[in-house]
Design a protein around this ligand. Structure first.
Ligand code: SAM
Length: 226
């Protein structure tokens, strides 16, 4: 295979979403750079992939750059995977990708699932562009500032949110954007996938009455949508 860095998309919950090409590339590369070697180990075992693995996460990414460049200069091929979905989408790898490209080596992607576009398609608001804002700031003041900045935004705005902060985030959306329609997708592609559309207050009430566990994509709908 051609020497270079391969960004490989992996499932966001359902192992059947792994692509044939992702399996082949992960099998053929010399080294897999994994955000969490334990999690990726489960994936590799499932697909009987024997390639060697080293960790590459936000705390050691910078120090991995030299090693990756040295491997590439020896003609090796490497793959970068995150815990789930597309690497670099709210996941580490940006510094590495820029350094590898700046050094003149091949960087290419094996596209796979990603929560952002999966949720957007399900929302029904995806036709005319969108804004992907990733995770809102953890702290309330920062989160509220971010939401304020979307007051005039006509395109759907996509946020990632964790189980720990989903209710706080929905309450802030309710305060700041009031009756703007909100769609959330929880546990996409998994057994307990949940999709819901309503105001932020209705979304929060729905989760409070059941459970707010899981991984979430929250989409602020276009203001004029009924
Ligand atoms: N790289 C991933 C991608 O391509 O979507 C995103 C990684 S980011 C660290 C993790 C966040 O993505 C979660 O907190 C959640 O907001 C979203 N996410 C990932 N998988 C999801 C799923 N199956 N259902 C809903 N949201 C998901």
């Amino acid at each position: 295979m051609e020497c270079g860095l391969y960004l490989v998309g992996t499932p966001i919950g359902n192992l059947e979403d792994m692509t044939f090409r992702a399996v082949r590339i992960l099998t053929e590369v010399d080294v897999i750079l994994a955000e969490d070697t334990r999690k990726t180990g489960i994936l590799l075992k499932h697909f009987d992939i024997q390639s060697s693995m080293v960790s590459c996460h936000k705390f050691n990414e910078q120090s991995r750059v030299d090693r990756v460049l040295s491997d590439l200069s020896e003609g090796k091929s490497l793959a970068l995977v995150s815990d789930a979905g597309m690497p670099l989408i709210s996941d580490p790898g940006s510094r590495l990708v820029r350094a590898v490209r700046d050094a003149g080596f091949l960087v290419t992607a094996i596209p796979g699932p990603t929560a952002v576009t999966t949720a957007l398609a399900l929302s029904g608001w995806g036709e005319d562009g969108f804004v992907f804002a990733g995770f809102p700031p953890n702290k309330r003041a920062g989160r509220r500032r971010m939401l304020e900045s979307f007051r005039e935004e006509l395109r759907p705005v996509i946020l990632y949110e964790s189980t720990h902060r989903i209710l706080k985030c929905l309450r802030d959306i309710e305060d700041i954007l009031e009756d703007r329609p909100v769609f959330f997708a929880r546990e996409l592609t998994k057994k307990f996938e949940t999709l819901f559309t309503g105001t932020a207050r209705e979304c929060a009430e729905f989760l409070e009455q059941r459970s707010s566990k899981g991984e979430f994509v929250v989409i602020l709908g276009p203001p004029e949508t009924p």
